[in-house]
Write a protein that binds this ligand. Structure first.
Ligand code: AMP
Ligand code: MG
Length: 355
């Protein structure tokens, strides 16, 4: 073999190696606004062009979903809510129908602590608005009336594509599940576009698939103060990490803080919890469960997590104690080594007790 041919073969091998490195190791990032928060997309194992076109496609998906499930901007959900309040039988918009069906199942599994039928209560508390400045808590009597009306997903009858509500107080608010469902749909779309390694991270709530050149993704869990990380977990394969916290949306009135996660049993912001993080394979369930377990609180989260089939939970209570199941304790790396921790009984039969 001539020197020239040998040299060009070497060069070819070098460029191939470089190409391989770029395609497996390099992470391509994109960022856009979705569901009112910044959404970060990280893609590994593809060319830059493939990643860029995938990110552009996702931005369009999220814009459509944001419109479809918006609780107060006129669109498919507000139209649906008007028809539900009238009590008539109607053909539900496809974008709302599936989410209604999934929500009904998750609401039932959570003993209706995740209850997207309480849109009127969320609105009464002032959380169906773009800004919540100068907001004040509602009248106790108005809250009591809505709690008594007790709207739940079980008040909706779905028959094919038709739906009807027999509770005039029922209004849907998908604030506790829409982001999760949207991320699941976006992950499906990424896979259709040939992307196998990615993270979709919407304001700290995320689903990760594949790996980063064979290494797991390292994920920060938001601290209940809203700033900095409470801890870290490693995620690879396909997992979602969702956190519900009282710091996300709240307002101050006469020295008291009122946040956006409402306990459907009494109509007031749920007490006793500061944040809940759930790890689950799909984002829809992780999102709904984080909200439900926040409402369930330090005493009841274990029972509800079992009913919902959740395997990893971390709950920070009002005294800053971190409650978690043994499997969660195994994989979380807490940022503060002095963090008070309370490890529960296992959530599943396969899980070992913590010694
Ligand atoms: P998340 O941040 O996922 O916990 O969702 C909170 C949002 O879900 C709120 O801003 C409301 O729009 C809505 N929401 C509040 N309380 C509940 C509840 N108990 N069940 C279902 N949705 C709720
Ligand atoms: Mg949620």
């Amino acid at each position: 073999m001539s020197i020239a041919i040998r040299l060009s073969l070497l060069l070819l091998a070098a460029t191939w190696l470089l190409g391989a490195c770029e395609s497996t190791e390099q992470v391509h990032n994109g960022r856009f606004l979705a569901f009112g928060t910044l959404t970060d997309i990280s893609i590994a194992g593809t060319s830059r062009e493939q990643a860029e076109s995938a990110i552009a496609a996702l931005e369009e998906d999220f814009a459509l979903m944001h419109k479809a499930w918006h609780a107060w901007a006129p669109g498919p959900l507000t139209r649906t809510n008007n028809l539900l309040a009238e009590g008539v039988r109607f053909a539900a918009p496809p974008s709302v129908l599936t989410l209604m069906q999934i929500s009904a199942r998750l609401a039932r599994q959570s003993d209706n602590l995740f209850n997207p039928a309480i849109g009127r209560l969320v609105k009464l508390w002032g959380f169906q608005k773009d800004t919540i400045e100068n907001q004040r808590p509602p009248d106790d009597a108005a809250i009591a009336r809505l709690v008594k009306a007790n709207p739940t997903m079980q008040d909706i009858t779905i028959d094919g594509i038709h739906a009807r509500s027999n509770n005039p107080a029922l209004q849907l608010d998908f604030g506790a599940i829409g982001k999760g469902y949207g991320i699941d749909l976006a992950i499906e779309h990424l896979r259709e576009m040939g992307v196998e390694n990615a993270i979709i991270n919407s304001g700290g709530d995320l689903r990760a698939i594949g790996s980063r050149g064979g290494r797991p993704w390292r994920i920060a869990i938001r601290s209940p103060s809203g700033a900095g990380a409470l801890g870290f977990v490693h995620v690879s394969g396909d997992e979602s990490v969702f956190t519900s916290g009282d710091y996300e949306r709240n307002y101050l009135w006469k020295g008291r803080r009122y946040h956006h996660i409402i306990d459907p049993r009494n109509g007031y912001p749920a007490q006793g919890t500061r944040s809940v993080t759930v790890i689950h394979h799909n984002a829809t369930t992780a999102d709904a469960a984080a909200t439900a377990l926040f409402v369930a609180g330090p005493k009841d989260w274990h029972r509800i997590a079992r009913r919902m089939g959740i395997r990893y939970v971390l709950l920070i209570d009002g005294n800053n104690v971190a409650h978690m199941n043994p499997a969660m304790a195994e994989r979380i790396e807490l940022a503060d080594k002095d963090q008070p921790v309370n490890i529960s009984k296992p959530l599943t039969g396969q899980e070992k007790e913590k010694k």
